[in-house]
Each structure stands twice: as C-alpha cells, then as structure tokens.
Design a protein around this ligand. Sequence first.
Ligand SMILES: Cc1cc2nc3c(=O)[nH]c(=O)nc-3n(C[C@H](O)[C@H](O)[C@H](O)COP(=O)(O)OP(=O)(O)OC[C@H]3O[C@@H](n4cnc5c(N)ncnc54)[C@H](O)[C@@H]3O)c2cc1C
Length: 655
Amino acid sequence: MTDPLIPAVLAFRDNGTPYSPLYDDIYHSAVGGLEQADYVFLRGNALPERWQGRRTFTVLETGFGMGINFLVTWAAWRADPSRCERLHFVSTEKHPFTVADLRRVYAVTLSNPVIADLAQTLASAWPMLVPGTHRLEFEDGRVVLTLVLADAIDSLPALRLRADAFYLDGFAPARNPELWSPAIFKSLARLAGDGATFATYSSAGEIKAALTQCGFEYRKIQGFGWKRAMLVGHFAPRWRVRRHEPPTPLALEERHAIVIGTGLAGCAAIERLTARGWRVTSLERHGSVAQDASGNPAGVFHPMISRDDSVASRVTRAGFLYALRRWAALEQLGHRALRGGPGLLQIATDDDEARAISDAIATFRYPSGYVTPVSATDAERLAGMPLARGGWFFPQGGWIDPASLCAAQFAAAGSLLERRFGVRVGRLERVGAQWTVFDTAGKAVARAPVVIVASAHDAARIAGLRYAPTRSIRGQLTLLPAGAVTQLALPVIGEGYAVPLANGVTLTGATYELDDPDTSLRANGHLENIERVAQMLPAFAGVIDEVQSSALAGRVAFRCVTSDRLPMIGQLADETRAASDAQRLRGAWPLDLPRTEGLYGAFAYGSRGLVWAALGAELIASQIEGEPWPLERDLSDDIDPARFLLRALRQGTVS
Ligand SMILES: Cc1cc2nc3c(=O)[nH]c(=O)nc-3n(C[C@H](O)[C@H](O)[C@H](O)COP(=O)(O)OP(=O)(O)OC[C@H]3O[C@@H](n4cnc5c(N)ncnc54)[C@H](O)[C@@H]3O)c2cc1C
C-alpha cells in the first residue's frame, strides 16, 4: 500500500534519514492515526477509566514520533471530568522532528480541531533538539510531557518512574528489530507499577514471548483497521523480575514541607512544591531571601560544552533548558525576575580550545539556537567591542539577578508559603512520621513530614551527614561604574566574566579562593578581576589603577562546592543504617542504600546555582511525589548526595 503523503512528509526532513517509526507515524496518521491511538493505546489500556480519581497517572510510550498518541491522550484527559490530577506522559524519541517539520506535518494530517489546537501548543513548546531529558508542562503543570531524546535502548534503562500504562508503539519486529530486544522488555518490567497495563498493535510471537518472560500477561484482541489482532495485558509477575521497586510517593497524611534556606536552591524548591499544592514553611536565618551567595547583583547562565559531553555538561544542559522553561512560566504568571536580554558570548582561552569546542559543536550537531561557534570578527560584532579571540555564542544564555528570581519564586508560592525569617536552624529530629526542626537555642520551631535542607555550607551539618564533604570558595565581584569602560552589548565569559548591568555599570568577576573566609572587599581582588577580563576584552586593560581599585564597589560571597564540583541533590541516605550494614553494602548501588524518610538535600551548587536550582527542585519534588524523574538515572546518581557515602562504603572506610 502506498500513500502519496508519505514521500511528501518525509521530504520535510532536513537530514533525510530513512526512519521506520517516523514512516509508521506518518502512515498511521494518514490513515486514521487519531482513531488508532484512541483504540489501540487508550482503550487498550482501559483509559480514561484507570486514571480516574487518581492523583497522578503515568504513561510510558516508546517512540514519540509526531506525538499523536500524546495528543489523543491529552485530549481525552481534558475531556474527562474525573481525570487524574496530574498526567505524566513519558516518551522516548531517537529521531525527533524539527519544529518546522512538526508544524508542517500537523498542517497536512490533523483535521480534528481539538487535536490540531493541542498540536499547536505542543509545537510552541517543542524543545531544542539536543540529547537528554526534556520536561514540558501544559495545563498549569497538570499535563507533563517528559521527552527523552535518545535511543530507546539507552533511554529506557535510564528512566526512573512507575508506569501505570505502556504504549508500546513501533513494536513491529520486522520494521523495528532493535525495539523488541530483551533489554527493552527488562526495562519495562523494571518500570511497571502494580498492575500496569500495556497495549501494542503488534501481535508477533517474539513480542509475546518477551512479554511473558518479563512478567507481563497478555491477551489478543481485535486489532485496528487492517490489523486483525493486537495485544493488551498487564504486569503480573509470577517470579521476581527486578532488583528494585519503581519509585512510590511518600505515604503522607499532610503535604507539608519545611525548606531550610532561601537562596536559589531553597526558593526553587519552594516554587516546585507549592506549584504541586504543597504547604511549605521556609526557615531562613537572615531577614530576607538571597542574602548569601544568591545575593550577587547578577549571575550568568549558559550551557557547558565539552568534547566528551561530560556529566557536568549533561547536567548543565538539562538544568539550563529546564530553568529557561520555568522562568518563562513564572513570567507568564506575572512573577518576573530582573534579567538582561538573550545572548551570551563565551571566549576561548586559546586557539586550541576554540578548535576543540567548534569540533564538539559539530560532532554533537547542536542546533544554532543552542550554541554556535563564532569567529573573532563575529564575536566582536556581537559584543560591541574588540575581543582577543573568537569563541561560541549561546543565543539563550544571559544574565539574571538571582535575588529577584528568588523573590519571584517566593511570590509565586502565594499563601501556601509560611515565611519565617531570623530563624537559625540548629538540628533536626524525626519522631514518628514528623520532622521537628530546632533552632540553635534548642527551641522547636517547625514540624512537618518532609524537610529539604537547602542551606549551602550549613546543610551537611544540619542534616547530620558525615559523608557530604563541602568546601567554601570565596568569590569577589567588582562593579565598574558607568563610564569606566564602554558598555558591552551582552555578557562575555571565558577568563572571568563581564556583564553589562543597568545604568552603564559593568559587573566583572569573580575571584576563586579556596577556604578563605575574608568577607571584606580587597583592592587586589578588583585588580585581579579586571586583569582577567582584559585577557579576553583588551579594552579593560588598565582602566583602573591600584589607587582607584580600593574605592571600587563589589561584593564578596562564598560558593559551596564538593570535590567533584557537582551539586548534592536528592533524598539523603541514612548513614547510621548504612554504617551498621557496611559490609553488605560494600558493592552497593545508589538504589541499594537505606534512605532517610522525608529528608532531602539541595546544596553545593558551586558556581552554577542558576542553571541547577530549578532542575534540582523538580527532581526532589518528583522524588517526594513518586513522579517520573526529570533527569536520566545515571545523572541523578552523579548528583546524588549519597555518592560520597557510597564511595566510602566501596573503599571499606565507613564505620
Ligand atoms: C562570586 C560568585 C559569583 C557567582 N556567579 C555565578 C554565576 O554567574 N552564575 C551562577 O549560576 N552561579 C554563580 N554563583 C554561584 C551561585 O551564586 C550559587 O550557586 C547559589 O547562589 C547557591 O545557592 P544556594 O541557595 O545553594 O546557597 P545560598 O544562596 O548561600 O543560600 C543558602 C541559604 O541558607 C541559609 N542558611 C544557611 N544556614 C542556615 C541555618 N542554619 N539556618 C537558617 N538558614 C540558613 C543562608 O542564610 C542562605 O540564605 C556565584 C557565586 C559566587 C560566590
């Protein structure tokens, strides 16, 4: 059977890759994809009935394609007055459509006005096509699409979620042999919630065998259209098919959390929890938000490019993209942080670095909306002043005033947030299902089933962690008054950074002094900042002499870092229980560790609080609620606050 639409739509694809799931999607949409999605996947999974009255319901799909199954599920959720409070739809896609292709495909294939409308909303939120996990929120966060742009073989094992329904799309062994490998079915078994259902329009013998092997029961039912039969069924293992259970929500009587610290980490956590309807009590020793590291006049945000796409690059990419979405959502709600226009320039340290990063950008085929290499001439044109070298340009990077972001997140929390300032937290104690927080005078100041420790340098102490080593790095910023240098057109980073603020002031920074507790501004710190920036922006050389530097304004703050320079985000380990079981846990993995019920950490954000805080908060909120994690599991392990305990257990040094 041929369809004239197929070659026409395939021609839209700019890389011309022949791709069978895409072919399938387009084919099916052309011959009635909406009805098929409804029949095969919704009704095949007994939806919408199964999600009714539930707090959350999670669908896992293999192969997003043009998103027809998602759109049909979303429309059904919308139309259902008894719908679940929060619908999670998680899908993988190895060859995502470009947004232009998506729009054109929708224009020629979707005649249903409701679906066409949702499709436009989806297209408007379509992520930049860079690898990793993208979390898109619709309907004020009640419909959440987590799109993993990677091969299903790699991405399914990297998911951490409890699926209620599987849409096994593209599972036709003849067309998609890689999709029905035993590894895929093992992953499905690892992710299945109790009684999770599945549906697939394939009924091949290999699929049946693999499903049975991994604990699924199936039955054949009437297929859709020209397919005589399809398979539906549910997860009902008769023997153990997995080592760990998928995540569950905390069993709680009340959805109330205490957040300690109101810097970027704490305020983001407050926003993510209150957005889910949680009541939050915030405890802060100062008189207002963002008085410590998060109180700098401005900070820059941008992805990190590396030749090997390192862990730090991947976490930063996910954090950067998620933060952009969250900030935009806050702005839409009327909570606007102070920030500069889009665009940030990174200048290479030398020609070798410029070449290496250009190669990396080409190798990973990053879209130009994410990053693009720029010659010295182009860089100068962008910056509006001479530069020592070229580098690369982040069109969505920029600067933001962190305290105004914290204030916006605080404001968004509204009446769900109890704001308590001037409270210096001393310690925590768990009695029954509640945590009690005591101040340093030993007085009980707050009680709740969940505590998030977001108090930077004081987090490990408050949480009683012995295996969470953090250090302090002093950083001094310099504010060059208007007229001292020509104003840049956009922030420039590399050897230090220079950020054009309002009123002609330029922020430069920052010094990096390990374990130096000096809070006073130092003249030589200002000179160091300016000299460093002058290596990439020659116009800064000599603008301030030694005498003038002592009169410059600036700010000193302290970064909280770990030895691996990655943040500490997630549920905390129960170190006492781990120590008493140290022998058995010597070869443990993160999921093997005993965890402390209701206790989470969000700290050690180093020099990247702006890009990590929102994603960190979403990860913690997802862990608390038993929702799909917004980050691949290997990356979550890399930022797990228990990783230092795990290392010590492996080395046999836990006592
Ligand atoms: C000089 C400098 C430049 C930087 N530039 C950038 C940049 O350009 N881009 C970027 O992304 N990041 C930058 N950073 C890093 C960024 O500022 C931090 O990562 C971020 O502010 C950390 O946020 P936080 O909430 O973890 O910590 P903090 O902002 O330090 O907040 C911790 C909060 O916990 C409170 N607290 C602590 N102990 C207690 C207690 N016992 N009881 C009650 N409250 C307590 C504190 O009062 C504080 O409000 C920079 C940092 C420095 C120092």
